[in-house]
Design a protein around this ligand. Structure first.
Ligand SMILES: Cc1ncc(COP(=O)(O)O)c(C=O)c1O
Length: 440
């Protein structure tokens, strides 16, 4: 096990030197009545402060900046609907929930690096939204360079344009001839070499970075404070990061009625929570591509924090070798799960539009479908993770007519593109990174 480190160090390192994930030694209990009525930036500051070895007023300024102008005042609005609310997390610069964490993380890293007079190369594996959100998070931060690996031809065309049209001096895209899991395996492998990691000043902003989970846990506290009801949420999940953030909030004292996770056909997490067996399967291409993965990295954290203890390192080694482990009995009864097939995603988009007059993105539609399948126990919150305009093809297929999308996204079509094609080999990415010249 790697030696314990503080928040700043864990944020810089992303993955620990032994290839494992950082988890907090303990969790604070939130003073919920004292948080009532705070604005989103102030709530973020107060929730994250106990974790962060950053002077309090500096952290407050980081939160004010991350959740200020780029959000225009609406970080996480709750839109009422007939079943409760939809938490709209897509009001940031890339129209995805990833911005909530990454706008915070970019500024926090910049702050840490400035204080140390250091630089950092953020290497990112993305199945969709993380890439553009990571690239946007370093804009204007000369101490950071973002290098995004995405699986060639497997992210939505608009998401790809959001990444490859950004031509900043410190943003780069690598299109990898493989799947998202290949990209993630390359990321892990390169991080496992301590000499390379240090020489290349590698950092991570994937949801393996604990700071991201922490920043996401804030909106679950926000839901509780806004609704005044114990949390009852349905979270569309792939890498298990967003769901783990909800679980973290519950562990910090937010009352919970039910935490539901929703997957697409890539249902490894749903299968784990239904059977106790965590077993890799083939990756299916779906209409909710950001969740097309079969290895849910953050489950390792759940194992560690939910009582797996010493067994977790062995489990992870066994999973890597055999693609299968048994780890039953860790989830409390508040956790439930479900999945949505391609046909069910399309039907959910259609049905929600017919009943409410609003369009859901396919990931959010997965959550809404699962919500309808579960026993109905009163008002609940669907976590909307992306603007539907990011997935116009799926929406058009569902509604059976052209869908105008989002004007800011449509404006990207035809813009110049920059991306380097590489095979799915760690060595190829390693060589490319070694050729990067430091930004001044
Ligand atoms: C739009 C969208 N929804 C849901 C998810 C799943 O989030 P997580 O992988 O943290 O579970 C992602 C992840 O990339 C996403 O981009």
């Amino acid at each position: 096990m790697a030696a314990p480190v503080g928040f700043q160090e864990a944020t810089l390192q992303g993955l620990a030197s032994d290839g494992g994930l950082f988890v907090p030694e303990g969790l604070p209990t939130l003073d919920l009545p004292a948080l009532k009525g705070l604005s989103y930036p102030e709530l973020a500051w107060r929730v994250m402060q106990p974790f962060c070895d950053i002077p309090s007023e500096d952290l407050r300024a980081i939160c004010a900046d991350a959740y200020g102008p780029k959000y225009g005042g609406e970080v996480a609005p709750l839109r009422p609907d007939p079943w409760g609310h939809v938490l709209e997390l897509f009001h940031g610069p890339t129209f995805s929930f990833k911005d909530v964490a990454l706008q915070f993380l970019g500024r926090t890293l910049d702050y840490i690096l400035r204080a140390r007079n250091e630089r950092c190369n953020l290497l990112v594996a993305t199945s969709g939204d993380t890439g553009s959100a990571a690239l946007q998070s370093v804009v204007g931060c000369p101490r950071l360079t973002a290098v995004v690996m995405f699986p060639k031809g497997r992210v939505s065309p608009l998401q790809e344009m959001q990444m490859t049209s950004l031509l900043e001096p410190n943003t780069f895209c690598l299109e990898i001839d493989g799947t998202f899991d290949d990209c993630q395996a390359i990321l892990k492998q390169l991080n496992r070499d301590p000499e390379f990691k240090q020489r290349m000043q590698l950092g991570a902003v994937n949801s393996v970075n604990f700071a991201r989970l922490l920043a996401q846990s804030v909106y679950y506290v926000w839901i509780y404070l806004q609704t005044g009801q114990p949390l009852q949420v349905v979270v569309p999940t792939g890498n298990f990061g967003n769901f783990l953030s909800a679980w973290l909030a519950s562990r910090m004292g937010v009352p919970v009625r039910r935490l539901a996770l929703a997957t697409n056909d890539n249902d490894i997490v749903h299968r784990y929570f239904s059977t106790g067996t965590y077993e890799r399967g083939p990756v299916h291409e779906t209409l909710a591509p950001a969740m097309d993965i079969q290895v849910a990295s953050n489950l390792e954290r759940f194992f560690a924090m939910a009582g797996g203890g010493e067994r977790v390192a062995n489990w992870m080694a066994q999973f890597e070798k055999d693609g299968r482990i048994e780890a039953p009995g860790l989830a409390g009864p508040e956790i439930v799960s479900g999945k949505a097939t391609r046909a069910e995603i399309l039907a959910a988009i259609r049905s929600y539009y017919a009943q409410v007059g609003q369009v859901l993105c396919p990931h959010t539609a997965v959550a809404w479908h699962v919500a309808r399948q579960l026993p109905q126990v009163g008002s609940e919150v669907i976590v909307a993770t992306a603007h539907p305009g990011k997935f116009p093809e799926a929406v058009q297929e569902a509604l059976g007519r052209p869908y105008p999308g989002h004007p800011a996204l449509e404006a990207l079509r035809g813009r110049p593109r920059r991306a380097v094609s590489l095979p799915a080999q760690a060595l190829a990415v390693r060589h490319w990174l070694e050729g990067l010249s430091p930004q001044e």
